[in-house]
Design a protein around this ligand. Sequence first.
Ligand SMILES: Cc1cc2nc3c(=O)[nH]c(=O)nc-3n(C[C@H](O)[C@H](O)[C@H](O)COP(=O)(O)OP(=O)(O)OC[C@H]3O[C@@H](n4cnc5c(N)ncnc54)[C@H](O)[C@@H]3O)c2cc1C
Length: 395
Amino acid sequence: MRALIIGGGIAGPVAAMALRRAGVEATVYEAHPSGADGVGVFLTLGSNGIDALRAIGADAPALASGFPTPGIAMVSTTGKPLGRVSTTGPDEAGTVSRTLRRADLYRAVRDEAVAQGVRIEPGKRLVTAEDTGDGVTATFADGTRAHGDLLVGCDGVHSTVRGLIDPGAPAPAYTGLIGLGGYTRGVPVDVAPGDYSMVFGKRGFFGYALAPGGEVWWFANVPRRDEPARGEVEAIGAEEWRARLARLFEGDGGPAVRLVEQAHEIMPASPMHAMVKLPAWHDGRMIVIGDAAHAPSPSSGQGASLAIEDGVELARALRDHGDVARAFAAYDALRRPRVARIVKQAARVNNNKAAGPVGRVLRDLLLPVVLRMTADGRQTRETYGHHIDWDAAVA
Ligand SMILES: Cc1cc2nc3c(=O)[nH]c(=O)nc-3n(C[C@H](O)[C@H](O)[C@H](O)COP(=O)(O)OP(=O)(O)OC[C@H]3O[C@@H](n4cnc5c(N)ncnc54)[C@H](O)[C@@H]3O)c2cc1C
């Protein structure tokens, strides 16, 4: 069996490695000429994402970058602690989530895939694909074609494959938030090394973590009701953001203003989108996984980890159900409930981040109670403690 993997971000190389392990030949076609490094600031790879990489022997390169992130402390507008969420897996190994630059994670999975024998073809932007019943033919923007037994769309939140599977598929929804981040040295912060502190400010949301060596990695979510035109917020320069963020977080508890004012690097901003519910993940010989199927919005801190889990689980399903249609159905049944729960949880956090004055008061009253109930509760354990047993059969 031969798989065409569209997209060389996170889900693509992982799916290709897992499929090879399952006996399916896989080639990755990536639109960008040099992969997709340099996109975004940093992210947290959950203990569940690390577990999924481990299932296919691909965790070591990702763990070589960044730093461990054992927990997240939530703080109110006035600086009052609201509670702490543990991001350490309850597995025997006590796997700790990890914060790393997004570009480093991309490079780690891509280099590992190449080392495991996966072919990655850069500069191949899929424009269309045709399911011929006994195979799929993909056509790229440069006029070339590729033929395989199945096609896996790993082409991110603005997926092309999603529309080929279902032309009526919903578009990703704008979350009402603009995301950006940066790096600061020389500003002392009151947070345990590696832990995140996240502040629900009056006018925006601010998160920061202390990296080894004293550098602080921070991000901001800026509420904006109307969806910006394409490229609009990306075009705003670092100095303009520095001034805007300093105004936005003025008067809030925590070190946001100092971190922003003294940052040595502020990365470009982008609007945050979520793909909340996609009725059809697959049709015939084509399927979407990762953000293309279910972008949970960056508020979940789970997009990359779910994309990795998807790649591994799809390969297990294809290994155990030689027939593509049966494998896709088994994969869908396996993944939907988990993904739906995490996506829903992220949407709830988004609403809290963009809360108005009344919502803010309620949130600050209720959040400590909710966090106490959920911090080390079932939901968090289910999210971060998810384990994939590569050898187990898929029902
Ligand atoms: C600001 C921000 C912060 C985030 N923070 C976190 C976090 O803390 N934790 C976390 O887990 N996740 C986080 N995420 C989400 C995470 O980055 C994504 O969930 C993850 O990258 C999804 O992986 P993917 O492979 O599905 O898609 P992507 O990583 O988007 O990769 C898609 C790839 O497909 C390629 N492509 C697109 N169209 C085509 C085409 N037509 N033909 C060929 N190739 C194509 C793209 O160039 C890209 O390389 C964050 C995202 C953002 C924007």
